[in-house]
Ligand binder design. Sequence first.
Ligand code: SAH
Length: 337
Amino acid sequence: MTPEQLTVLMKELNEPAFRAKQIYEWIHKQCVSSFEEMSNVPKKLKEKLTAAGYTFCVPKIVEVQESKLDGTKKYLFELSDHQVVESVLMKYKHGNSVCISSQVGCKMGCRFCASTLDGWLRNLSNGEMLQQIYQIQKESGERVSNVVVMGTGEPLDNYDNLLAFIHMLSDEKGLHISQRNITVSTCGLVPKILELAEERLQITLALSLHASSQEKREELMPIAKTYEIHEVLDACRTYFDKTGRRVSFEYSLVAGVNDSEEDAARLKALIGDMNCHVNLIPVNPIKERSFKQPDRENIRRFQNKLENNGINVTIRREMGRDIDGACGQLRKKYMER
Ligand code: SAH
């Protein structure tokens, strides 16, 4: 429940309004998962809530894998309907970052992504998204300062829950994570990007671009057939105009597919006018596809070509290579087992 929904509930139960704040803080600041733990909430009220059927939607951690290379931890959660989703905790010098899933499976069909291989099952609720972070904090004993919605699923295809999630995550009655430390990644659902721009949030929008032309983008991302590349980039320009937030472009480099000098030149022509940042991701090979990473030298050359044209570029540090770190890999393996 959002703070507003909880306030309405307390009113309905003839309870004072401050109880809503108390209960909300127990769940979202202290991250408790039972009424018993709420020491300053009267027993009567706890009983009333239990009798009325209110329960906690707390995903259960069913598997944790820790990388021996970099300490990255991958978590597999079981939800109340026994579906599983995965999340990742990454430790950086500037703080801890959690990558969460927004849906069970995905319907977008991107060719290199393991999350979409078995299709889409359902959306995650705002609570299920928040709980991935709460449970990771509890299990690891680490404070989370950054959240990226870059796990399984297309967040803008679960728009209302995503918005409630962002508001609750940045709320001072909860973990109070600054919106500037929240990134939402999308494959480019244009109407939703425009709707999000109108919200004037301070989150970072990351756009999965992955290609320098409409033709190549269609090959890698079926959604490109619905929303043409220039239309997507225009939506990103609008996002920047409305929010003042620099857009981040994700570009997964696939050897022989989108890593040529011409690709870099075309990319420069596409986004050179924008206040943006490019994140190059050497493609994470999945066993179901034959995509390969370009060699280091090629990746550097691609980066240099963009940088020489004044574009901000980083190469995403690969983390958790030894623990199925890429989108959807752990869930898929678990399901197969
Ligand atoms: N649906 C959203 C968010 C999830 S994926 C989106 O499309 O942006 C997060 C990022 O990882 C996306 O840019 C996605 O294209 C990329 N990605 C997925 N699988 C990958 C892989 N195997 N190697 C490299 N990047 C991958």
